[in-house]
Design a protein. Structure first.
Length: 270
């Protein structure tokens, strides 16, 4: 087996989908090839990251029952046999499946197909809303900002340095406030982009915790909403002029305290 073939089979091998002969050849090659071992290690690393950070949506049990019921109703009506003994609803469903166009396929394959259809339908029905997608983008942006040298484009505790820095880079003027006297010190700002719009990001520090505050124009006033996503607290609100999203590993009550201080200063114009 070549390296190309081995690496093409990595996903199937990890999922237990290779037949016995191919699996044996694959394992022999993998045991003696450092390059393929490295490729497998990278694939396993990606899997761990997905399991740790990707959203999971479980289809409700009622969905499968509904799909199976729809299949039963859509199937051609069974001819009435006068002498036939009464059958259970499950037997009637299997009878319907056998009369479908795939009658040449065994019942096990037909049942598998119906399950696959239910899974695909459930995934479609679980597509996240626009707000959920934006929340996920905010979390990803926050996480990315915590990496080395990505926290701030302008590093300063002086709002008179940070606010002018945004001038000419955005088509709006974000409020930049210094809350250090309340325990939330401004440490800088940067530009970010998510949900198809540019946003100003101000970075604050509270004790050992960092807070990313994202601001962008929004003409619809919305009440505040606090969510916990992947270990972070995300608090979003808007005042009819600007939308705000504050995210941190602070607890919810401290993040709400930050919001209240910010809203108070914005309303006073300072």
């Amino acid at each position: 087996m070549s390296c190309e073939e081995c690496q093409q089979n990595l996903q199937a091998a990890l999922d237990g989908e290779l037949d016995a002969a191919t699996r044996s050849i694959h394992e022999q090659h993998l045991a003696s090839c450092p390059a393929c071992q490295q490729a497998q290690a990278e694939l396993l690393g990606v899997r761990r990251l997905v399991r740790a950070h990707a959203s999971r949506h479980t289809a409700p049990a009622t969905l499968r029952l509904r799909v199976v019921s729809d299949i039963a109703r859509a199937a051609p009506a069974a001819p009435v046999a006068p002498a036939a003994a009464p059958r259970s609803s499950l037997e009637r469903l299997f009878g319907h499946l056998q009369r479908w166009p795939w009658a040449g396929i065994n019942l096990g394959v037909a049942t598998t197909a119906s399950v696959a259809f239910a899974v695909v339908l459930s995934l479609y029905m679980q597509i996240p809303s626009e707000q959920e997608r934006t929340d996920q983008e905010i979390v990803a942006t926050h996480f990315r900002s915590l990496q080395v040298d990505h926290l701030a484009d302008v590093v300063s505790t002086d709002k008179h340095t940070v606010k002018p820095w945004f001038s000419g880079k955005l088509d709006f003027s974000p409020p930049v406030l210094d809350l250090s006297d309340q325990g939330f010190a401004l440490i800088g700002g940067r530009l970010d982009y998510f949900d198809q719009h540019a946003a100003a990001a101000m970075v604050y520090r509270h004790d050992k915790h960092l807070i990313n505050l994202f601001v962008w124009p929004d003409q619809v006033a919305r009440s505040s909403k606090l969510r916990s996503i992947h270990g972070f607290q995300l608090l979003r609100w808007s005042d009819g002029e600007m939308a705000y999203a504050a995210i941190s590993d602070l607890n919810g009550s401290e993040l709400r305290q930050f919001q209240q201080l910010l809203v108070g200063r914005v309303s006073r114009g300072n």
